[in-house]
Design a protein around this ligand. Structure first.
Ligand SMILES: Nc1nc2c(ncn2[C@@H]2O[C@H](COP(=O)(O)OP(=O)(O)OP(=O)(O)O)[C@@H](O)[C@H]2O)c(=O)[nH]1
Ligand SMILES: [Mg+2]
Length: 374
């Protein structure tokens, strides 16, 4: 299990962790800062996230095998459309012929692995069959599993996380309507507070009726403060004021909820740029994480969403939600291959603890775990 939480340098003794982030994709802020800008603190390279963190949810008294079991169960729909179908296809087959490869291709594509990824997997299979390195379908299943694992691991961006050694860690959450932004913020807040961090939530979705109320419910659930203004307020000004509160109160983590918007709505995408610029003016180097939330049930459309959001605000991390409710979980493989943006979390349900650190090995093992073991 990857440890998402990292120790924050120079903070209160005994506190565990902050997540953090590579900042290579931060754009340069060319405009003058509105407030006298402190020079950006030197970035710290934090330990590899493969280290186990004692206080992370996954390790605090919960048995990792039961967490794995839950992940495996919550992926059932994807398993049915993908791995179980492969099992059925291979059942009783003694050799790998063209017909089997054609059927396999159809399964890979309908499980949302994407055309390129599916072709590459089939090419590997064909090559191995030709070289007589592969004869039996069960061996082919193992080859597919390992190739998929390597696609995900090789594309998961550097595990080294970088964060400022002073000041709050700022996360701006973006995505299209209804993908699970606010819910993910609620679950993330739970992770942070469990790890002893003080969190401030910022309701910069001033557009949708009830958006503020929804965030406040998550605030209450987690016992953290929510900064908001009236419906229709300028989201950038909400963020500007909220950062004053955050700095005055010395919060560790600030999470900004933004309104859902279609990636094709140019004006609304520009608004995100403005919010990001305002954050950077107030706190140079921030936001440290621009997290795009993607709904796994949208399948391949998630890729185009990510590309357009990335072009606008330089996405630094992804969360893929609703993997529990979809047969399109193969999209994870395609996202890793196509986007080269790290997946931070996966959402596998509506419970507070259903936001899991994304661990490529655990994910692939859960996906390929047979029916009899789930
Ligand atoms: N099953 C499941 N449901 C989820 C998950 N994440 C979010 N949801 C549900 O998705 C719905 C929309 O979630 P929100 O958090 O309101 O989405 P949003 O992106 O903030 O929506 P807008 O603010 O309207 O753009 C809610 O019913 C959530 O409970 C998940 O991982 N699994
Ligand atoms: Mg929302």
């Amino acid at each position: 299990m990857l440890g998402w939480f990292k120790k924050k340098f120079g903070k209160k003794e005994g506190q565990i962790p902050l997540p953090d982030q590579e900042q290579s994709s931060q754009p340069e802020h060319t405009e003058e800062a509105a407030t006298p800008a402190e020079p950006a603190p030197p970035a710290q390279t934090l330990p590899d996230r493969t280290e186990k963190q004692p206080n992370s949810d996954e390790n605090s008294g919960k048995n990792s095998s039961s967490l794995f079991h839950r992940l495996s169960q919550q992926l059932t729909k994807t398993k049915e459309s993908f791995v179980y179908r492969i099992d059925t296809l291979f059942l009783g087959k003694k050799e790998i012929d063209q017909e089997l490869l054609d059927d396999l291709e159809e399964i890979l594509i309908t499980a949302d692995l994407g055309v390129n990824t599916s072709q590459e997997l089939l090419d590997v299979a064909r090559r191995k069959v030709k070289r007589q390195e592969l004869s039996d379908p069960q061996m082919l299943k193992k080859v597919l599993k390992e190739k998929i694992r390597s696609f995900i691991i090789n594309s998961d961006q550097p595990a080294e996380l970088v964060m400022p050694d002073q000041g709050p860690f700022i996360i701006m959450v973006v995505g299209v309507n209804g993908v699970g932004k606010t819910t993910t913020i609620g679950k993330m807040t739970h992770k942070f507070t469990q790890a002893g961090q003080s969190v401030l939530l910022v309701a910069a979705d001033t557009f949708r009726a009830a958006a503020v109320a929804q965030l406040k419910i998550w605030g209450e659930r987690n016992n953290v403060q929510v900064v908001s203004q009236h419906e229709g307020a300028d989201p950038s000004s909400v963020v500007f004021d909220a950062l004053d509160v955050a700095l005055a109160k010395n919060h560790d983590v600030i999470i900004i909820d933004t309104a859902g918007r279609l990636h094709t709505q140019v004006n609304l995408m520009e608004e995100l740029k403005k919010i990001k610029r305002v954050i950077g003016k107030k706190i140079p180097g921030a936001p440290h994480e621009v997290m795009l939330i993607l709904d796994a049930t949208t399948g391949q459309n998630a890729i185009s969403q990510a590309k357009l959001f990335n072009a606008t605000v330089d996405i630094t991390g992804l969360t893929l939600t609703k993997l529990d409710g979809t047969a399109k979980g193969g999209i994870v493989v395609n996202i890793c291959r196509e986007l080269k943006i790290p997946i931070r979390f996966i959402g596998i349900g509506e419970q507070l603890e259903d936001l899991r650190d994304f661990d490529p090995n655990e994910f692939v093992d859960a996906l390929f775990q047979g029916k009899e073991n789930s």
